[in-house]
Design a protein around this ligand. Structure first.
Ligand code: ADP
Ligand code: MG
Length: 269
């Protein structure tokens, strides 16, 4: 499979304190890779490095062979469209002056979808993420956290991305909405081959969604591997501690394409 995203020995410090230290990994087309680790372990910084929103102090980031921090607004519009972001706090990332449907419509316009098609496509995206179409007329301040998160997902999907970086996409959602969102992301992955970099401390969501998982601690990868292997036979004590702390509700349901039929529905360890 072709490599979409490659980070090579990437480091980033804030005020001389390393947030990410010499991290390397790849995401292949159609693959879902999770970043897990406790708060402050560098997950969001890595997500922002992958998107080119933060520049590394050392090392290289390549998306489809390009440095995402150097993509130009117009000339590289098509590359940008293929690399999308669902941020951890969508309220801060949505323009408060735009109705939620307009936010999605802008993304469609930027992707070159003609005006006459945008309303239909927006309605279809709203339907797919489980939002009532009339919510398209509301402003961000009139929507709940869970609704905003789904608007952010609809906006990210609008451009037909090859890779979506999701930072804690299920954190603001109740259980049912979370399940629906994971179903949606899974369906999209199966239908269009979208890849994901999936940042989460929700290990139940990771177990269900990610083919591969990287475990971060203090900005370093302490363990990585297929999610099913990590869950059934963690090698690093830190991984074991994370699994223990997440409690018995984490049951292994790794995606079918990443695991054999015998690996399904096993208890962790
Ligand atoms: P996580 O998403 O795993 O909780 P972060 O990547 O947000 O971790 O943070 C990793 C470390 O980097 C933390 O110590 C955090 O305080 C620090 N950090 C992250 N972003 C900034 C920033 N913009 N300015 C200063 N320190 C930051
Ligand atoms: Mg974070």
């Amino acid at each position: 499979m072709s490599i979409l995203l490659r980070l090579d020995a990437v480091s980033k410090s804030y005020a001389h304190r390393p947030a990410v230290a010499a991290v390397s990994f790849e995401v292949h087309a159609g693959e879902s890779v999770a970043l897990v680790g406790e708060s402050g372990s560098g997950k969001s910084t890595l997500a922002r490095l992958a998107l080119g929103l933060v520049r590394p102090d050392a090392g290289t980031v390549r998306f489809e062979g390009r440095d995402p921090a150097r993509l130009r607004a117009r000339a590289d519009r098509d590359v940008r469209a293929r690399l999308q972001f669902v941020p951890q706090h969508p309220r801060g990332s949505l323009n408060p002056a735009l109705r939620s449907g307009e936010a999605v419509g802008f993304a469609l316009r930027a992707h070159g979808v003609p005006r006459r098609e945008r309303a239909d496509r927006t309605a279809e995206l709203f339907r797919r993420v489980g939002l009532a179409p009339e919510l398209a007329r509301r402003f961000p301040r009139e929507l709940s956290g869970g609704q905003l998160q789904r608007v952010a997902v609809a906006r990210a999907l609008a451009t037909g991305p090859a890779l979506v970086v999701c930072d804690e996409p299920t954190s603001a959602l109740d259980r049912d909405t979370r399940e629906r969102l994971l179903d949606l992301l899974t369906e999209l992955r199966e239908r269009t081959g979208t890849a994901y970099l999936f940042v989460s401390h929700d290990l139940a969501a990771v177990a269900r969604f990610a083919h591969r998982t990287l475990v971060l601690r203090s900005g370093r990868v302490v363990e990585e591997g297929r999610t099913d292997r990590l869950w059934t036979a963690p090698e690093h004590p830190y991984t074991r501690a994370l699994l223990d702390a997440s409690g018995p509700h984490v049951t292994l349901r790794t995606p079918a394409s990443a695991t054999g039929p015998n690996d399904q529905n096993e208890e962790p360890r």
